[in-house]
Design a protein around this ligand. Structure first.
Ligand code: KG4
Ligand code: ZN
Length: 418
């Protein structure tokens, strides 16, 4: 048998030909995230390996003010992107080669992409990123939906790197990212190639985040139809607003779910003290024939309930949190029921930050079980915003993305739809 010995240069070439390295960048809201993802093959046979993935949360900054301030988010993204990418590159062990960036190129990059982000541009100029070109084949960046000032920072950064390193940049849809990341297997081993879980299509996806609440028919990856959406507040937004009314810190989702869990535990305890147990909120639009939802009325119902009491006691807080969570959960499940009645679908996919909520998650799991369809929730740590979902969306869809196509000048699109 003939054994071929490859020189390091040949090995490098084969490596590059077979495998793709994607840099994912996510800055749509209050998480700055960078991912370096290696992939080979095509979905559904696509194999991936996470080389590095960093999520920097801005919660500490925004929680003082009770919500996300777009201009503050923008500043923080601009401050973090360069150091996070340098850290991700060093963790990934990816090779690089020296490059000479001419003054003219730097000036062009400053003019086109640095104009609105002078700080970001200066950080790029003073970093190793203009001296070394890492083995990265392409860049995928979130272009929407999200907060436009925050999105622009990621887009300017991606475009600047694409120009400096002469590699393509694609704009990705954040919500598509929330869908595809739920196909990541629940047990992951580090440093080895993995396959995504096999999902039968068409599937129905329930997407619950701080800015969006949608039920989507996923005909296949890359082909989506929104079946229903909230007409006002997103579920995460409603959680955050109700939490604020109860005097709880931002983000309110995890706070409310903690209190609701306490209430359920104490209600099932034989030693539970007398409880209020009279709070009842509406299940908005539960009987409407369509799949649209509305959560702002729930917020008003909470306000009226609070007016009845002179003091917000711990018991009242727990009671409201629990009833609010029940109202949201029952509404979502009723809409999922309608979605499955009206459409042929073979799986339920769940995504978005609110999917960290154990009560909602387990209600969706039970729903899928009763309907005898497989359930694809996000893995722990991947329900919130992250750049793995953006790199993965690029690797899975290749060019069939629902975001913006490579070649077009990328623009932030706050209201981008699937
Ligand atoms: O997807 P995501 O990280 O960001 C957006 O794209 O909006 O979602 C953030 C939202 C916030 O509103 C937050 O309160 C909510 O997800 N959230 C939760 C929980 N953890 C995060 N909502 C309910 N229960 C939770 N455990
Ligand atoms: Zn999100």
């Amino acid at each position: 048998m003939e054994v071929q010995v490859l020189s390091p240069a040949q090995k490098g070439r084969i490596y590059l030909r077979k495998n793709m390295i994607t840099l994912g960048i996510e800055t749509s809201c209050d998480e700055t995230s960078i991912c370096l993802l290696e992939t080979r093959g095509e979905y559904p046979a696509l194999e991936y390996r996470v080389l590095s993935h960093i999520i920097h949360s801005q919660i500490d900054i925004h929680s003082k003010y009770g919500g996300v301030f777009p201009m503050m988010a923008k500043r923080e993204h601009a401050k973090r992107l360069v150091p996070l990418l340098e850290q991700a590159l060093s963790e990934s062990g990816l090779g690089s080669r020296s490059i000479e960036t001419s003054k003219e190129t730097l000036e062009t990059v400053r003019k086109i992409y640095g104009e609105h982000d002078e700080n970001l541009f200066q950080m790029i100029e003073n970093s190793s990123l203009i001296k070394e070109k890492p083995v990265i084949d392409r860049i995928a960046v979130t272009v929407g939906p999200g907060l436009e000032p925050a999105l622009w920072v990621g887009i300017n950064f991606a475009n600047a790197l694409g120009t400096l390193w002469n590699i393509p940049v694609s704009g990705m849809n954040h919500m598509e990212g929330h869908i595809v990341v739920s196909l990541v297997p629940k047990t992951q081993s580090k440093n080895t190639f993995e396959k995504l879980t096999n999902c039968p299509f068409p599937a129905i996806a329930i997407l619950l985040s701080g800015g969006h609440t949608e039920i989507v028919l996923v005909k296949e990856i890359g082909h989506y139809q929104i079946l229903g959406a909230t007409r006002d507040d997103a579920v995460g937004e409603a959680f955050d607003k109700v939490a604020r009314m109860l005097g709880l810190p931002y983000p309110g989702g995890p706070e409310i779910s903690k209190l609701a869990e306490e209430k359920r535990m104490s209600a099932s305890s034989p030693h539970s003290a007398a409880k209020i147990d009279t709070v009842r909120f509406p299940r908005p639009m539960i009987d409407s024939p369509n799949l649209d939802m509305s959560f702002s009325g729930l917020k008003t119902a909470v306000l009226y309930e609070l007016k009845k009491h002179s003091k917000i006691t711990d018991d009242l807080q727990n009671e409201i949190a629990c009833e609010f969570e029940d109202a949201v959960t029952e509404t979502i499940i009723a809409k999922l029921q309608k979605a499955f009645e009206k459409n042929e679908a073979f799986a339920l996919i769940a995504g978005g930050g609110v999917m960290a909520n154990r009560h909602i998650l387990s209600a969706c799991a039970t729903f899928a079980k009763n309907h005898k369809v497989p359930f694809f929730p996000p893995s722990t740590g991947l329900s919130g915003d992250n750049a793995l979902m953006i790199a993965l969306a690029k690797a899975i869809t290749n060019e069939k993305t629902s975001g913006q196509m490579a070649g077009d000048p990328l623009r932030a699109s706050g209201n981008l739809t699937l």
